[in-house]
Design a protein around this ligand. Structure first.
Ligand code: ZN
Ligand code: ZN
Length: 250
């Protein structure tokens, strides 16, 4: 599997990075995890506008899904070749309605489903192209999922947005690469069931036995080096910060 960080800024974009979006590729199949603010532009550095094979949305906060409205334009009004065929989109209950409402004036109430084939995510195990994926509910103010993507005996686990939860410990069990949010700073922000801090991300990775930890979703107002240090204090394996355009072979 190849993972590319398309965008990793938490909550709102920074000057350097779009919001959450990660491209996962294997066997020529391209699965995009989340499409937050600014992600559609960045994505075009890594693949053609119409080269995605499936999209997974961890939850429906704008910083994880709002560029789907822009992508709707690109697929619905495609200049050459006509309207795009429906692309599989996996998201929480209400994803189509959420995106239609955010767009505000789609030609009809069902226009989104002409170019996106919506599938409702529940905690389960299923196939997306060549990947076996496991989804689990995580702790966030809205219905939110973490996802584990497996291929060729390797695994990638993405936390989405979450507070501390055993569900994430299990999802990331022995995972090869754990892409975990660390939006908060230990000792500074503490709101249950919202976000992890760097220390909690490290503790989660340690409990799960993850092989490698990549911290992501750090907002522009937070010092990432502090969160990185806190994670390293509690997780014995390699820890690094997600960087836009960085790729990992898993
Ligand atoms: Zn977020
Ligand atoms: Zn969120």
């Amino acid at each position: 599997m190849k993972l590319t960080v398309v965008g990793c800024s938490g909550s709102f974009p920074s000057a350097e990075s779009a919001c959450s979006s990660y491209l996962v590729e294997a066997d020529g199949f391209r699965l995009l995890l989340d499409m937050g603010n600014g992600a559609l532009g960045e994505l075009q550095r890594h693949c053609g506008l119409y080269d995605l094979d499936a999209i997974f949305l961890s939850h429906l906060h704008a910083d994880h899904c709002i560029d789907m409205c822009a992508y709707f334009v690109a697929r619905y009004y495609r200049h050459e070749g006509g309207r795009c065929a429906p692309l599989p989109v996996y998201g929480p209950e209400g994803t189509e309605h959420r995106l239609t409402t955010a767009y505000a004036d789609t030609p009809s109430a069902s226009s989104m489903s002409e170019v996106f084939d919506f599938h409702t995510v529940k905690p389960s195990t299923f196939e997306i192209g060549p990947f076996t994926v496991h989804t689990e509910r995580v702790r966030h103010p809205v219905e939110a999922y973490g996802i584990r993507v497996e291929h060729g005996g390797k695994s990638l686990t993405y936390s989405g947005d979450t507070g501390v939860t055993e569900a994430l410990d299990e999802l990331a069990r022995d995972t090869d690469l754990f892409l975990c949010e660390a939006a908060f700073t230990h000792g500074k922000e503490s709101i249950p069931d919202l976000h992890l801090n760097g220390r909690e991300a490290g503790e989660t990775a340690a409990r799960a036995g993850a092989r490698r930890l990549v911290l992501t979703h750090i907002p522009p107002w937070t010092d990432p080096q502090v969160n990185l240090r806190h994670a390293r204090e509690v997780f014995p394996g390699p820890v690094e910060l997600a960087v836009p355009r960085h790729t990992y072979e898993i």
